[in-house]
Design a protein around this ligand. Structure first.
Ligand code: B12
Length: 209
């Protein structure tokens, strides 16, 4: 089993070689999906360290960008053990990061896991305008709409988007995800579910289809 504390620390230190070596060795041992999810959690905790060091002024925006690329690379290494081959036919999820927010690492992790679970995911990217969520939903008729955001202001964007989607008569369950999402913000936004954990998000979506 991989040393999860070392992995968290290596990601927080932005030690690319160590992160990737640890993960490649781990994947070569043929871990279970549950073990791979623990590794994702350890990487996510490392991003928490990066955020804290950014707040303290020890890391700069360039470090955030590098951290984002490193986590994306890390998830690519883990992808083969994050879920078996599945046909994309258990349901459709329309997914995007809400307007004003450019963060997409968490969204992309959720997309990979949802696809591995057999969902067809229509990913409409970052900083998605309200009208785009509505027009794409009317086009692909998803059972589920997923919204991502990590900035505090994303909560207001989510509320505006959910209000407009409902006003347009789109019939879909709505799940919101991202670090600032809570039970309270979920009620404020008017979504059906919330999570700060991609694996839990996939379970919630599976329960809906
Ligand atoms: C990497 C990063 C960046 C990268 C983003 C790269 C990218 N491609 O995404 C870059 C450099 C571009 C960036 C830019 C900025 N950032 Co930034 N960034 C981060 C950082 C370090 C990590 C975010 C992250 O990827 N976390 C890891 C992922 C895996 O976690 P997650 O998103 O929560 O996702 C998980 C779950 O929530 C869930 N999930 C996520 N989405 C969804 C969706 C659904 C439907 C479901 C079911 C689940 C789900 O699944 C994931 C896996 O479990 C955070 C610090 C932190 N601790 O979060 C700051 C942070 C978010 N950034 C911050 C800031 C201030 C900025 C900038 C304003 C900086 C600047 N001065 O320019 C800009 C904002 C640009 C904008 N308009 O969006 C602040 C936000 C403060 C706030 N309260 O609003 C933070 C918290 C840093 C800090 N502590 O100050 N950032």
């Amino acid at each position: 089993m991989i040393d999860l504390n070392l992995l968290t620390q290596a990601l927080g230190d932005l030690d690319e070689d160590l992160v990737l070596d640890l993960l490649k060795e781990f994947v070569a041992t043929g871990p279970t999906e549950a073990e791979a999810l623990e590794a994702v959690g350890a990487c996510q905790a490392g991003m928490g360290t990066v955020g804290a060091l950014f707040e303290n002024g020890e890391y700069f925006v360039g470090d955030l960008i590098f951290a984002g690329e490193l986590l994306t690379e890390a998830i690519q290494v883990l992808k083969p053990v994050l879920g078996g081959e599945a046909s994309n036919d258990i349901g459709t999820i329309l997914l995007g990061t809400v307007h004003g927010d450019l963060h997409d690492i968490g969204k992309n992790i959720f997309r990979s896991m949802a696809e591995a679970a057999g969902f067809a995911v229509v990913d409409i990217g970052i900083d998605v305008a309200i009208e785009e969520f509505i027009s794409k939903a009317q086009e692909v008729k998803p059972q589920i709409i997923g919204m991502s955001g990590v900035l505090t202001l994303a909560i207001d964007s989510m509320k505006e988007t959910v209000d407009a989607i409902k006003a347009a008569g789109v019939d879909a369950k709505i799940i919101i995800g991202g670090n600032p999402v809570t039970k309270e913000s979920c009620a404020f936004v008017g979504a059906d579910a919330f999570t700060t954990n991609a694996a839990e998000g996939v379970k919630i979506c599976q329960g809906w289809v």
